[in-house]
Design a protein around this ligand. Structure first.
Ligand SMILES: NC(=O)c1ccc[n+]([C@@H]2O[C@H](COP(=O)([O-])OP(=O)(O)OC[C@H]3O[C@@H](n4cnc5c(N)ncnc54)[C@H](O)[C@@H]3O)[C@@H](O)[C@H]2O)c1
Length: 389
């Protein structure tokens, strides 16, 4: 059966869904693989490397024909609707396909009668760890966030004792201790910063400590939701947390925010008032800038200067972070694709079984039927339940 890898089309997206190394693994599984010429170039994977791994290359002019004969199409971002319209019935697409924001694409996938599996929805069970692209890409984001902070800062991260004097280490505060936050802590720690962190899930305290960081305990209730995720904050809890965190924010040279609640707008953790007593030159990096922002005034893809007494501080609104480390983010994503495909590919035949928990969990659309409840809401196929937003 044929697997097609088209070039990514979203501006700024440098990742590619399969690397040559991953192509070789899937060829062994009996798949025929077609890769669009230059699809891997921005992630540093050459056409020659794909050919050597056993892929066939095709030019953009043949894209429609390739899509029409594909059994599986793998991308990082959702396929554009124009490409979806070319797919044959019963084809399978693999990509990130957020059911809250990709309504147009989901409608087109259902209309095309295909099965669309989304990496946003792969269940976080041990059997599916190798397929967990949310984790692999969050890891890349957390790493980049710490490096961006170090680049923008006017200070060293490590403590230095030199003949010209002693430099004290940077104080790094990380808010949100999920996959991205923990990787940001580990990276800031390796750079020599003094790292502390806060998360509404008190269960994250041990993970924070294992990164060499100090867990900040506030006199507030923990907000543990189901599946290891956080619960949304009430207005009162938001204000109380902001008040309690203000002194920690004022003291920090670097703040990295990574807080998220699945399916909701990112919580506002840092207000203008909380930043007002920060030292000039301090840097705040908002990893959640694309999903609503953890920091008041952050803009995805932009640096925003905020005045403080005697100078200014910088808020960096992150955008496309995994793309900024495209060689390795693609390598990890490609392995997630291989692992998911291996689950339901035998002797070159790709047959996702909807009875399987991983397939059922990640299928936004199955054989033309919209299955995911959030996607149904997004498309207006069901009415929101009373009390839900
Ligand atoms: N395969 C697996 O089993 C697996 C894989 C990855 C993650 N996980 C677990 O899933 C959970 C979520 O991880 P994630 O990285 O996807 O998280 P996420 O991206 O949903 O959120 C990031 C972090 O923000 C925190 N947060 C939310 N609201 C906050 C607030 N108001 N203030 C401070 N922090 C706030 C969350 O608790 C979370 O730690 C964790 O328990 C993680 O260990 C499990």
């Amino acid at each position: 059966m044929k697997l097609v890898i088209p070039s990514e089309t979203k501006i700024g997206e440098k990742r590619v869904a399969l690397t040559p190394e991953a192509v070789a693994k899937l060829v062994k599984l009996g798949l025929t693989i077609s890769v669009q010429a230059k699809a891997g170039l921005s992630a540093t994977y050459s056409d020659d490397a794909y050919k050597a791994a056993g892929a066939k290359l095709f030019e953009k002019t043949s894209l429609d024909r390739e899509l029409a004969s594909a059994q599986v199409v793998a991308t990082v971002r959702p396929l554009p609707t124009r490409a979806i319209a070319k797919l044959k019935k019963d084809a399978i697409t693999l990509s990130f396909l957020s059911p809250t924001t990709n309504g147009t694409e989901i409608r087109a996938l259902a209309r095309a009668g295909v099965t669309a599996l989304s990496f946003d929805l792969v269940p976080r069970i041990s059997r599916a760890q190798s397929m967990d692209a949310l984790t692999s890409q969050a890891l890349c984001g957390g790493y980049r966030a710490a490096l961006i902070a170090a680049e923008r800062s006017t200070k060293f991260f490590p403590m230095l004792m030199t003949a010209a004097g002693t430099v004290t280490p940077a104080k790094v505060l990380v808010l949100g201790a999920g996959v991205a936050g923990l990787q940001a802590m580990a990276t800031a720690k390796r750079l020599g910063g003094v790292v502390s962190a806060y998360d509404v899930r008190s269960s994250s305290a041990d993970e924070v400590k294992s990164m060499g960081a100090t867990f900040i305990t506030l006199n507030l209730d923990a907000l543990e939701g189901s599946g290891g995720y956080a619960k949304e904050m009430t207005k009162e809890r938001t204000k109380a947390q902001q008040d309690a965190l203000k002194p920690y924010v004022s003291e920090a040279d670097i703040v990295i925010t990574t807080a998220a609640v699945p399916g909701k707008k990112a919580p506002l953790l840092i207000t203008k008032d909380m930043m007002s007593e920060m030292k000039p030159g301090s840097v705040l990096v908002d990893l959640a800038a694309e999903s609503g922002g953890n920091i008041q005034g952050s803009i995805a893809g932009k640096d925003v200067l905020v005045k403080v007494p005697d100078g200014s501080i910088t808020i960096v609104g992150c955008k496309d972070l995994p793309s900024q480390i495209a060689t390795h983010s693609s390598k990890l994503y490609a392995q997630n694709v291989v692992s998911l495909l291996s689950l339901f590919t035998e002797k070159g035949k790709v047959q996702p079984d909807i009875e399987d928990e991983v397939v059922a969990g990640s299928a936004v659309v199955y054989k033309g039927e919209v299955r995911n409840e959030t996607a149904k809401l997004t498309l207006g196929l069901v009415k929101p339940q009373k009390g839900s937003k």
